[in-house]
Design a protein around this ligand. Sequence first.
Ligand SMILES: O=P(O)(O)OC[C@@]1(O)O[C@H](CO)[C@@H](O)[C@@H]1O
Length: 486
Amino acid sequence: MATATEVTPSCPPRPALIGTKKGTFAYFTIKDRLPVIITRVVDHVYRTYSVLPNDVAHADTIREAKGIIEALGKLRYEMQTDKPLTPLLQDNMGDHLVWNSIMETYFPQKTWFSATWLFSECYMYRRIYQCFSLTTHWRDFDYFAEQKKDTFHASDRAVAALADRTLALCQEATMQLDETSRHTAFMELAQASLWGNKTDLSLLVNLDLADVHSLQGGEGGHAQDRSSFIVVNHLEAWWAQVRTWSGVRIDIVLDNSGFESFVDLVFAHWLVATGYCSKVVFHCKAIPWFVSDTTIPDFHWLVQTCRDRFQHATHLTNSEHLGGLETLGDQWQDHLMLGRWELRADAFWTSPYAFWHLPRGTAPVPVNTAGSAANSGPGASSHTTSSAALFADLQQNSAAVIFKGDLNYRKLLYDCEWDLTTPFSTALGPLAQVGTQLPVVSLRTSKCDLMVGLQPGQGEELDKRDPKWMVNGKFAVIEVSFPDKA
Ligand SMILES: O=P(O)(O)OC[C@@]1(O)O[C@H](CO)[C@@H](O)[C@@H]1O
């Protein structure tokens, strides 16, 4: 095993998950899933520009759209024929030198399949962004927005039911100080936030409405008791921390937009209503990322859609159910306006670095100046300029950093072949070591061949129970690592 100081993007602490290993989820992803994702972006650009009037006013927009489609076609070809990775061009993100220096230093001559899976996959999303960011008319176009919005609209029933439930739980929490009820509510909402991670558009490329409803646990929207599917469950250890909190700040590193971020907001709302937290910082993505990841505009859109009672909803039959949703949306807007909720989009989250690099200060990531217009609005603050500054802020000010989803889990654990029984704190590396510790919570449904924290023999039992348990998103972990109290 590499020691902490030797760990680099091409040399993680265990052998890297990599596209050259046939039969792995990494191989399947690069070979089959990623080309489909690029094709869908092409399709979306084509549908968007082909309805524009063919006149002088739109000539440039149409010309640029054709250029984007050509660039995306080239990108897909390079990936499918396993060509070497090529340097990024300078665009409005200002981070091309960071990417290029990682490529030159750690992945010289490497191809799509032979670089680490983490690097190749992040690089693909950064390259897609570049196809748009180098244009004038398409630089702020979110090519995944349509999919994100459609899926949230398809969740309207579950969302409406959950909004009413949340208001009831918050009322209970403020009316009575009974810790048992708070404990029960905490368990329910933390698990809702966990299972929200099932709605991942990069996996569900052919999702239809029925799929969305069944993923979200059916019509009612109440979390089913799926606890036997939580294969590592540190929820009680986390509650032991939460029950001692009073007016703390927490951070949520968001994952998917739409239903998942809705349930995250619900959970955050309850933590504020109970007084455990006085501030929640939501970390969004600075650019469209892994299809469904939440950007700051996505966050605002979601809050507004709740306030508008799903104006365009088509599946709801009884509009009375939407009063609770509107109330909740209005309260969320207040949280943003009053600074109880803050939105940030540090470029570190869309860098190729695993989170072992967060405290090291080795990953300076410039401010995304051009993206800042889109990343504004109530509650949105400026971005930090380096991973070290981001880390220092989290370490000094946050009582818990909640990492949502599979990609964050991969980055926490450096995306490598840990033994299933490795303790979570070992696999966190510096983030669980004295001096560089963070209070980490990971809520993740399992969608790739990576997991730690199991008991001896548990992996074998799970193999018998469901051979695809690691990658099909049906199983989950809630893992925490809190610094020891002095
Ligand atoms: O982070 P999320 O949204 O939970 O999942 C991201 C994901 O879909 O992308 C990766 C493969 O493309 C996998 O790690 C995972 O399946």
